[in-house]
Design a protein around this ligand. Sequence first.
Ligand SMILES: *Cc1c(COP(=O)(O)O)cnc(C)c1O
Length: 370
Amino acid sequence: MLPGAVRERALSAAPPAYVYDLAGLGAHAAAIREAVPAELYYAAKANPDARILAALAPHVDGVEVSSGGELAHVRAALPGARLAFGGPGKTEEELAAAFAGPAPVHRIHVESPLELRRLAALRREADVLLRVNLPVAAAGASLRMSGPFGMDAEALGRCLDLLAEAPWLRLRGMHAHLASGLEAEPLLEVAAHVLGWARSWLEGPAEINLGGGMAVDYRDPARRFDWAAYGAGLAALRRPGEVLRVEPGRAVTAYCGWYVTDVLDVKRTHGTSYAVLRGGTHHLRTPAAKGHDQPFTVLPAGDGDGVGGPVTLVGQLCTPKDVLARDVTVERIAVGDVVAFAMAGAYAWNISHHDFLMHPKPSVHYVGPD
Ligand SMILES: *Cc1c(COP(=O)(O)O)cnc(C)c1O
């Protein structure tokens, strides 16, 4: 489960640290692209680390950015990459930035009629997708992107009226990111629904961006989203002349990152065994945000006090929410041991509240090709 090069670096790096396996990431992304008969964009918000973006670049058709900050960052990290610019509440400055680079962004995903008006007011040529918000059942989804995201049929109709008056904006098709945390089969059901709807709405074959949201199972790092089944399903759904695009984030980069730290204290309080680790959820917020136990491997390195059996791994923050894994059975964990938390490559460091309590920040290490 822990690649040799990652284990080696985990044991040699001063804790706390993030270790990214760039070779594994490249191979994973290449396999996704091979399996899926659609353009593959990477959703940068999952992990915008510049080395990760560079490792992904040969294996993706483009990058989806969701803010002016991500737009500037990805342009600097990957000059010339094809970009799709999405995200709610784009300001006039952010929309203008879409045209300020060496090349305009490839697609702008429009979230509302007012946003389209703001874009039209810039009087620049642009290729747009309208983001739709369709009610879907999406059984099993961890997060439904309903609410403010995208537009219903009434708002889309207003967009068509606006586009008729702004011929410098080219309507290329639809964008839909309706749910996340879905396995291949339910995600294909959502895709069929979106495609049926988009085809009835658009004239002629067009481009449909089906979003991301492919499931990642934090209970079992070895169980991966079934890209082959998803790809076969998309191939069956696609019609000649249509351009399909997907923009996953989590399922691309989750597996390439480890948060590595060491055990500072082991104690028993009111019947519960705790291992207190250097760092905590201010470095790896994912288990607190998603409410799961972050999978981990204990690398024996210490000769201090230890415990076995169910143990709760906590960090150094002064809050009971600083729990990385709860009541997980271990053979033994001891003061000085190194703990490598897996699946820390997406929505991990970059969503964490680093400055809370002012502990030192983790160093970042890369293994794999330079
Ligand atoms: C977050 C997001 C994605 C990526 O979602 P994952 O669950 O990380 O695959 C794709 N598209 C849009 C519009 C998003 O907001």
